[in-house]
Design a protein around this ligand. Structure first.
Ligand code: FAD
Length: 318
């Protein structure tokens, strides 16, 4: 079923969903099962699986020169999605990114997904590769998520890249896209960013999932701004608890978001790792309860390989 159909069927109830990362190359599906087994009892109708593009590594050659090699450290998103659907009987949402993909690569992945009866995708641009100064698209790839959304919509209308294909099979993908309550870091301002998000929705995106935030007011303001410019699709809040002290610096640096003052003050008072985790869990529970009380369509938790923490939050909220 499509993600948006779950929202409609829920009739105002707040659903729960989770995002998992593929294991590092060499790992197996058990890592995913170990994350999801403790969480499926909360009945997520869908589970997202992230996609990770290749990274450059430098290998020293016998000559002393370094060889630049591209490797994908976390492959397997499509297979993981199929395996999740098979084991748990829930829908899986693969993340699709522009980075590292030509349009034809994307088309072929969409064909595989369609054959596997996976008909939900989250369409993203992806970040710059480590060591690249900015995002670089493939020569025949999409520069922005908008192009990806349009390509998926084309296939939903039976339009493939090869113009000789007539009456192509119409796929039926439900398309999610990313949104940033605290603005995407490259956008000149929040209004400019919102216009780009609106372009994705106008092109056919069915719903938005937000970047994590720790201040619910940022999410409420974001939803109001979206509505005021005619973005009327469901906006799913993405949530992650603070669990370690160093994240007070690493999360803002990596995700370009701010921590609210009260949380920072509490966290700085904590004198051991258990105490900071308790503060983070309690904060996320309160955030979740408030969002649920306001009737958000779904609470989407970034599990980051820590199901025990997410389970404690889910137990307190559902
Ligand atoms: P876009 O919508 O393309 O926007 C990127 C930037 O370009 C924005 O600043 C926007 O304002 C601007 N822009 C857009 N269109 C135009 C235009 N036509 N002209 C000028 N400027 C424009 N990354 C991964 O690699 N794998 C994942 O699995 C993954 N999952 C994610 C899940 C969620 C819920 C979120 C919020 C992010 C995720 N990301 C993931 C990170 C995401 O790829 C990055 O945040 C990336 O930098 C932007 O992706 P986007 O789809 O929002 O890009």
């Amino acid at each position: 079923m499509k993600v948006t159909e779950y929202f409609e069927k829920a009739n105002g109830q707040t659903l729960i969903s989770f995002e998992v990362l593929p294991p590092l190359k060499g790992g197996g599906m058990q890592a995913i099962f170990d994350t999801l087994d403790p969480l499926v009892e909360f009945k997520p109708p869908f589970i997202d699986v992230t996609y990770h593009r290749e990274e450059f590594i430098y290998k020293k050659r016998p000559s002393g020169y370094y060889e630049k090699t591209a490797i994908r450290k976390r492959p397997g998103t499509v297979g993981i999605c199929a395996s999740i659907m098979h084991r748990y009987g829930v829908d899986a949402v693969p993340h699709l990114i522009c980075g590292g993909f030509t349009k034809e690569d994307t088309e072929n992945v969409l064909i595989d997904l369609n054959f596997l009866n996976i008909n939900n995708v989250l369409a993203l641009r992806g970040d710059a590769r480590k060591f690249d100064p900015k995002f670089i698209a493939e020569p025949d790839g999409h520069k922005y998520a908008l192009g990806l959304v349009k390509q998926v919509c084309d296939m939903n209308n039976g339009k493939y890249l090869d113009a000789n294909i007539e009456n192509g099979e119409k796929t039926d993908f439900c398309i999610g896209v990313a949104g940033y309550p605290e603005k995407h870091f490259e956008a000149p301002n929040i209004d400019a960013d919102l216009l780009q998000t609106k372009a994705k929705v106008d092109a056919g995106a069915d719903y938005i999932v937000t970047q994590m935030f720790f201040d619910n007011q940022k999410y409420f303001d974001y939803v109001d701004k979206c509505r005021s410019i005619g973005i009327n699709v469901p906006i799913v809040p993405g949530l992650k608890p603070l669990t370690k002290k160093y994240q007070l610096n690493s999360i803002p640096r990596l995700f370009f978001i701010n921590f609210p003052d009260d949380l920072v003050k509490e966290a700085l008072k904590a004198n051991d790792s258990d105490a900071i985790k308790e503060i983070g869990i309690e904060w996320c529970i309160q955030q979740s309860k408030e969002l649920k009380a306001k009737g958000v369509p779904c609470l989407h938790y970034y599990t980051m390989g820590d199901p025990a923490t997410i389970r404690r939050i889910a137990e307190a909220v559902y």
